[in-house]
Write a protein that binds this ligand. Structure first.
Ligand SMILES: [Zn+2]
Length: 159
């Protein structure tokens, strides 16, 4: 009799201990609303292709952009920033190239023109002394706007 009761108690204890951990494991594999699914290297081949095309376009127009730009766009989770141009060493992973282009994953559904505008905006930051939106950056943005039908604005979020 006592043996049965103890056995039942032990089984109950085991179930309580094991069950939550099972739930946790399941929860971990499911993406939550808060997870930042855009962190890390992009696997979006379309945006990388757009980057390559924009680099070619600017080089053909003799815009003095850097020759050391990471060919893979890094997708970020930011909703406020459409894109960002990061220098070597600004993040731990950014060691191979002089510049890295980050694009908000939330904008991937935007029109191709809008994505190209953002990418070109960021690429112009790689011209010598082009890191601010004045001086060299402004000069080359104006140049691109005059020569193409792109509309490169100072604030990438104005588009
Ligand atoms: Zn900018």
């Amino acid at each position: 009799m006592w043996f049965t009761i103890i056995l039942i108690l032990i089984s109950a204890l085991c179930v309580t201990l094991i069950t939550p951990s099972l739930f946790e494991t399941q929860r971990d594999t499911k993406p939550t609303k808060h997870s930042n699914k855009w962190n890390g290297p992009s696997t979006d081949t379309r945006i990388n292709k757009l980057l390559a095309e924009c680099i070619t376009l600017l080089k053909e127009m003799n815009v003095p952009i850097s020759n050391s730009i990471c060919p893979t766009v890094k997708l970020i989770g930011s909703r406020r920033t459409l894109g960002r141009c990061c220098k070597k060493g600004s993040r731990k992973k950014y060691t191979e190239f002089d510049y890295y282009i980050e694009i908000s994953g939330h904008t991937l559904g935007n029109t191709e023109k809008s994505l190209r505008n953002t990418i070109i905006h960021e690429l112009i930051h790689t011209v010598p002394d082009g890191f601010c939106h004045t001086g060299e950056w402004k000069k080359w943005a104006k140049y691109v706007n005059a020569k193409t039908d792109y509309n490169i604005q100072r604030l990438a979020s104005e588009e």
